[in-house]
Every structure is written in C-alpha cells, then in structure tokens.
Design a protein around this ligand. Sequence first.
Ligand code: PBG
Length: 341
Amino acid sequence: MTTIQPVPRLRVPAALHGRRLRRTPALRALVRETRLSARQLVQPVFVCEGRDVREEIGAMPGQHRVSVDRLPGLAAELEVAGIGGVLLFGVADAKDAVGSGAWADDGLVQRAVAAIRRSSSDLVVIADVCLCEYTSHGHCGVLADDVVGGPRVDHGASLELLTRAAVSLARAGADLVAPSAMMDGQVAAIRAGLDDDGLGETAILAYAAKHASAFYGPFREAAGSAPAFGDRRSYQMDPANGREAVRELLADVAEGADIVMIKPAMPALDLVARARELLDTPVAAYQVSGEYAALCAAAERGWLDRRAAALEALTAIARAGAGIIVTYFAAEATAWLDDAR
Ligand code: PBG
C-alpha cells in the first residue's frame, strides 16, 4: 500500500486571476466578449423546380432543396425566428453553355425572390450570383475557346452575363446580390449595371476572398454544380495566399462592394481577422457545406456534440471578426441562442 502524500500548494501569483471571472455561469456571461445573435446568421436555401418539394440533401443532413411555392412559408418561419437573412441558390434542371438560367427574368431564383417579396416578408433576401449552377460544363463563367491546358474562363465575357443575372435578381426584389464567381471586375460591372438600371439601392455582398477549397464538395452535390472537367483553380484563390487575399478584399471594396465575404470560414479565420482590421465595411464569413458536413458526420458517430461544436465554431468565426455568418446551422442555431451557454 502506498500512501498518497499531500501535494504541496504553491501560492498562485497575484496576476493569475482568470478563475475569479470564470466561477459561475452568470459571471462568465457577464464578461463574455463574443455574443452570437440570430440576427447575424444567414441561412443558405437551395431552390428547385416542382411543386410542394422539400427533399433532403444527401451530403448535408438537415438541409433541403425546396420548391418556389414553399418559400413564402419557409421565409415566414425564419423571420419569426429572428434570423438575419437567407441566401438563395438555384438547383437548375436546364443547363447550357452560357448559363441562361442564371440571368433569365423568369429564372428559378428570380421567381423565388419574387415569391418571398409577394408574401410581404421583411426577411433580408440575398441572391447568389454565379453561372455554375446553370452551365452545362459547371464552371462559374463562360469558357474561352482555347481550353488547351485546362478550362479557361473568359472573365470579360462572363461579366456581361453576371451583370444581367444580378440586375434580374435585384429587379425581382433581392436586398443584396452576392457575386460568387470570382471573375475579375465582377463587383464593378455589377455595380454599374445596377445603377444604370435604376437599382442604386440594391447592395452588393462580394465573395471577395474565395478559396479554391476542398470544402465545397457537398454543395456541389446539392446544387449539381460540380465542374464537368478541370477545376476552379484558375479563377478561385489559392488557399495558400494570405497577402493576395488582402488585395482581393481591397479590390472589391474599391469596386463598390458594400459587404465583403471570406469563404470558407474556419480554414480562413486569419483572413477574417485581417479583413476586420483593415476594412470599415461589414465583414461576412461563409461556413461552407464541407465544414457543416464534417461536423454533422462526426456528431452522427457520437464523436462530437453537435450543438456544442457548432456553437463553438460559430463563436470562433464571430470572434475572428465576422459580423455576418452564412451557415447551414443558422435556422437550427437560432433556437439555441437564447440559452446558449
Ligand atoms: C457558386 C458557389 C459555390 C459555393 C457558394 N457559391 C460553389 C463553388 O464555388 O464551387 C459553395 C458553398 C458551400 O460549399 O457551402 N460559385
């Protein structure tokens, strides 16, 4: 039998006082630096054709493709829950080389925005502006003829179509248009297009620093937008480049972006922090499909506590400097926030 000797207690230096303010839940709540609010969360919504459709997305448990007729009901629920807004994506059936569905006046998302507006919802409606959900090749812009050495998008030709898309979505009633194609000059082109069309009040949320990320996989399944060949590295950013990300952010602000977004979120928290430091515009971060799916999968296996892990991730994104967080947890998290920790 070994007897355990009492451990000698050293005096805690006076400067070490962390525990005093961690003692009770009320004290911890009083001194908490980062508070999440439903108002800052944006829920992405996938809109599909058909009537009365609400089908779950395989790689994104808890997320659905929803038909246009069901959107007013969904918008009303989210508005009552006090959510910050919705970001709409189209899941198009018909695709072609120039992504006509993205800029048709009666396109899927145009109809979706109009349906929400007709229901007189005050919810903030954000419309994603890109061609990839509507192009037969799955790339975010028009392809140049010369595709030797991999797909090359024609940035200049794509600007015209992205601008048409943005204008038609703004006419339908979107509060914000969100260009995500990573075409050079897209923010300036869209700003000019909106202004010329008398849509000077429509704001632009620019996906400014958007990585060519491995974390978009589940989204591409959800939206059927995986590139048919090649990848997006010739237009989306190399995740290795932090200084270049700053240049992208500054360029989008100079071109007229009202809000800039970093994407993905957790793999780019350093960029969120730099954007917050350098810019005076609101900063958004997009916790993307792969970040969501990874947390869901680990929680399903019992390896993570879903709610605790999701809240910690969202808190970290806010702490890094994002005032706005686009997240597939948005609708679910609004129900958690009243009593969050
Ligand atoms: C469209 C777009 C994508 C995402 C948002 N807008 C896909 C892509 O760039 O491949 C990804 C969002 C997510 O993964 O949740 N360009």
